[in-house]
Design a protein around this ligand. Sequence first.
Ligand code: GDP
Ligand code: K
Ligand code: MG
Length: 297
Amino acid sequence: MDTMKKSGFVSLIGRPNVGKSTLMNHLIGQKIAITSDKPQTTRNRIQTVYTDDRGQIVFLDTPGIHKSKNKLGDYMVNVAEHTLKEVDVILWLVEPTTYIGAGEQHIIEKLKQVKTPVILIINKIDTVEKNEILKFIDAYRKVLNFAEIIPVSALKDINTDEVLHVLFKYLEPGPQYFDEDTVTDQPMRQIAAELIREKALRNLSDEIPHGIAVTIESFTERRNGLMDIQATIVCERESHKGIIIGKKGAMLKKIGSQARYEIEALMGTQVNLQIWVKVRKEWRDNELYLKNYGYRS
Ligand code: GDP
Ligand code: K
Ligand code: MG
C-alpha cells in the first residue's frame, strides 16, 4: 500500500432534484445512480468509488433530505441523515433558483449537529447569470461555516474537476478500500432494476412514479453470454397499471427498450428483457413490501 495516498468517504446531500446523482455520475465517469426530473428518484444509499493517483474517494449518494409523508419517505430520510455522521466530508448541493427556504433551513439544522467539514456546491450554474451566483455565495456564507464553496454544473461538466481537487485536499492519507477498477458496491441486478425504474420515471406522468418499485425475478446468463432478465414493475392502482402498459403495450415496450439499451451498454452483453406489471395497493406504507422491494432499514 502506498501510504501517501489519500482516501475517505464523502456524502452528497441536498434537497431532491438539485443534481446529486448527476454530479456523482460525472465525478466517477459512469452512470450508476439513476437521475430524473422527479423528486425522490434516489431511494437507497448508493456507494460509488473514484480512484486516481491521488487516492480513492467513496461517494455516498443518498435520497434527499426532506419531510416524509409515508414509511418509504421515513426510510429515505433516515438513510440520508444517518450518513452525515459516518463520512469524512459532506458535499451539500444547492441550486440557484430559490433563496434559503424551509428545506435548506432543515438541512442547516442537521449540519450544525455534525463536525464533518461541509463543502457547499452551487450546482446548475449553467442556468443563471454570473452575478446571481455571487449573490448566492454571499447569502449561504452567512448561514454556515463552509470549508469551501464551489459553483459547478454537473450536467455540463463545468468545474467538476475542482470538486475532486478540493475533496483530496480535505481527505487524509488512508487505505485504498476497493480495487482501482471498482466503481460501485451495487450488484448488477440492482442497477438493472434501477435503470428500469428510471425509464418508467422519465416516461410516465407525475402521479405514478412515486408509487412504483421494480423487482428482478430472474437474472440468468445463457451459454452464449446473452442475459435473460425478468422484471416486475409494482404499482399502487389498477388504473396506473393500465397507464404503465399503455395502448397495445406501447408504453411498457418503450420503457423496456430504453432500459435494455442502457443495461446492455453497462454490461457489455446482449440482454433479453421481459417486464411484467403488478398492482400492490399501498405498498409504500407496508413494512413487508418495503423489505421485499429492497428498502430495508
Ligand atoms: P437528485 O435528486 O439530487 O439526485 O437530482 P438528479 O441528479 O436526479 O437531477 C435532477 C434533475 O436536474 C435532472 O433532470 C438533471 O438532468 C438536472 N440537472 C442536474 N444537474 C444539472 C446542471 O448542472 N444543470 C442543469 N441545467 N440541470 C441539471
Ligand atoms: K431526481
Ligand atoms: Mg438522486
